[in-house]
Design a binder for this molecule. Sequence first.
Ligand SMILES: *Cc1c(COP(=O)(O)O)cnc(C)c1O
Length: 497
Amino acid sequence: MKFISTRGGSAVSGAEAIVRGMAEGGGLYVPETIPPVSAEELNAMLSMNYPERAAFILGKFFDEFPQEELLSELEKAYARFDGDDPAPLVKIENGLFLLELFHGPTCAFKDMALSVLPYLLRKSCGLLGIKEQVLILTATSGDTGKAALEGFRDEQGIKVAVFYPDEGVSKMQKLQMATQDGDNVDVVGVKGNFDDCQAAVKKIFRSRECEEKLREKGVLLSSANSINIGRLVPQIAYYFSAYCDLVSSEQIAMGDLADFAVPTGNFGNILAGYYAKRMGLPIGTLVCASNRNNALTDFFRKGTYDKKRPFYRTMSPSMDILVSSNLERLLFEISGRDSALTIERMKALANPGRYSIRAEELKELSQTFYAGFASEEDTVECVYEFFEEFNYPLDTHTGVAMHVARGYCRKRAEDVNAEPRPMVVVSTASPYKFPQAVYYALTGNDVKDSFKGIKRIHLITAMKVPESLKALRYKPPRFKTVVAPDKIFEEVLNFVG
Ligand SMILES: *Cc1c(COP(=O)(O)O)cnc(C)c1O
């Protein structure tokens, strides 16, 4: 399978797409054709475990990787997760399910792909005969950074530099990153919000001059952000797996449609669901849930994406994003894979800051996507009520998705022609990863200290506390540097030495 860029140019191999991270001129790689999964294949997946299902899906895209090695690497990666199943589907009540994706080493769904990306990158470098040092440069709204650091730490021939918005991540997220072990890692705060951080990092990727300067030092740049196709493909696997679990547990018959609700920031997670649907997985609606930073809600409702709007810091910080990078891939797909039009729209997004899609495109999107958002109050109320009703503590990001999902389900219930369908809400973080916000949602009280928050949530909910978060309490921070966005490249050069 070859990969092409949303902004045109020639096709490249999977290995090349993974190593490059971003295509020339800022484009994103997508598969040249979307590989179908047949009904027989889907049936065969029913009896597979998670690593086998994931290996099957990855094999559809990355066919130059030896299938047996891929499976053994996926088994190794997911063996580091808590429990036997890295992506368990939990039944809440009839027709409502949570897909728990937070059992990995850093307690957020980013582990699903970032536990696998190191192998994909190492293997890709091998396939391409790359001898240079690879630098993974990553902008993070909090969770990607930690998952990338953990995934790549002490990996030979690879260095990782993570940049996060100094005032835009939770205390726990900051502590997780600042205490990171490993001789090949750097963690730096950036003055500004995630969009400033992401824009500055993307600029380095697009700059020939930066590329040259790094090449002089024998360094090749790659990305662990969800712009990397090696992030996106492993995420497709859990949609298939959740669907198989619905069928295996006789919640639905094979072929019946299921809906998924996804708490969305950079549009990576939900885009994987879109590709799963395009591959033939019987997905009905993809519910795109935003917090108060709801550029995506407006986009899906009105057909105009407008980044010129106030930026809010919320209790779901990993979704505090105004420019959702992966939307470019969706635009490319719905435009009939028109790269010239995609370039035009991305230019308009840069300046004047907005673009609109055609009425037919909007109509097509509305057949797959439903969009909504949760205010801070909605989120608090949802987490509180959900715990009252089901005795299950949601994290605040998942709370956003649950609020929007339930709104959608109510709307569907009013439609006499609509068949009932199961709703799978994708749960992206452990509630213990955002203890202050979750404690506030559960009790209406503030707690200053994150670890006190963890203890109190545990007392209320009896949910098991992840060991990796407990251990943070006694780890001294290693990284304290904070820089302005325009100083990121300087910091990178210092780090690579
Ligand atoms: C990253 C993240 C999201 C948003 O995912 P995208 O792929 O950026 O849309 C939602 N919730 C949590 C906990 C996250 O870490």
